[in-house]
Design a protein around this ligand. Structure first.
Ligand code: ADP
Ligand code: MG
Ligand code: MG
Length: 255
């Protein structure tokens, strides 16, 4: 049982040498093992900033609050230490690493997180199994990390990493964006497999309700104006689908 807590988190985006802008204005969110929380909100509300701030991205500076895994703050941890503590953020990994094969990259990542190198044969089997489940051709194992990957292929590889790394808490930012219906189904099935095979807690950031037809959230949070503006069950997604974010966008703007 793991408890992931974001407490009154405040963060600035660092824009230039002495320019910054406060984006996160007191985010509160608790995710327990096995729970899926959808974070939904208008464009520009700070959803990706939340993901980057939790990841420890250098362009974002935490100015207040805390992020805890089982009561231990991750804010002083390096990106690698956060991964070892069980945090998974797809975009913490390099966008493109020419010359490093996917299989080598994934084995190193798994080694870093598990603290020991998996046996090559066992790992190859595991990798091939997950790849075929995600409709990723076996030739991808030898290709450079994300090198020349299409948007959809990158998204499938994010889920491949999720399946192999078996984190405690996964943050998936717009995993559904740019996917056609078939790819969306494959990616959703991968997320659901990860949920079924582990106790992973999931923060599923999305602008659209579409993916929630495949990955059922336990909780839905509306993110607006740099904070969680409203929380509810899956039915809140239906309200958003029908009414949009206008009400919340206004609430956020007035703060
Ligand atoms: P969302 O993911 O909800 O669409 P973002 O977190 O990407 O929102 O952006 C929130 C706000 O922060 C936006 O107004 C955006 O322009 C600003 N912002 C985010 N990152 C940067 C950056 N690197 N430089 C300048 N502004 C940024
Ligand atoms: Mg975003
Ligand atoms: Mg489960």
């Amino acid at each position: 049982m793991t408890k992931f807590e974001i407490r009154d988190l405040r963060a600035d985006v660092l824009i230039g040498a002495d320019e910054r802008q406060e984006i996160l204005k007191g985010v509160d969110l608790t995710i327990n093992s096995g729970e899926t929380h959808a974070i939904m909100g208008p464009n520009g509300s700070g959803k990706s900033t939340l993901a980057y701030a939790v990841a420890g991205h250098p362009k974002y500076e935490i100015t207040g609050g805390d992020v805890l895994i089982d009561g231990e703050s991750v804010l002083e941890m390096t990106v690698d230490e956060r991964a070892r503590a069980g945090l998974f953020l797809a975009m913490q990994y390099p966008v493109e690493v020419p010359g490093v094969s996917m299989s080598n990259f994934l084995r190193s990542a798994v080694t870093a997180v598990r603290g020991e190198a998996p046996k090559l044969r066992t790992f190859s089997k595991e990798l091939q199994g997950s790849m075929s489940g995600l409709n990723i051709g076996s030739e991808f194992a030898a290709r450079g990390v994300n090198e020349g990957f299409s948007g959809g292929e990158k998204k499938r590889h994010e889920i491949l990493q999720l399946e192999l790394l078996k984190p405690k808490l996964a943050i998936l930012d717009e995993t559904d964006s740019g996917l056609d219906v078939d790819a969306l189904k494959v990616v959703s099935e991968g997320i659901n497999r990860a949920k079924a095979n582990s106790d992973v807690g999931i923060m599923l950031i999305t602008h659209y309700t579409r993916i929630l037809n495949y990955v059922t959230p336990d909780f839905v949070h509306v993110f607006a104006g740099g904070r969680v503006a409203e929380s509810g069950g899956p039915e809140l997604a239906d309200v958003l689908e029908a009414d949009g974010y206008e009400r919340f966008a206004k609430a956020g703007a007035s703060q």
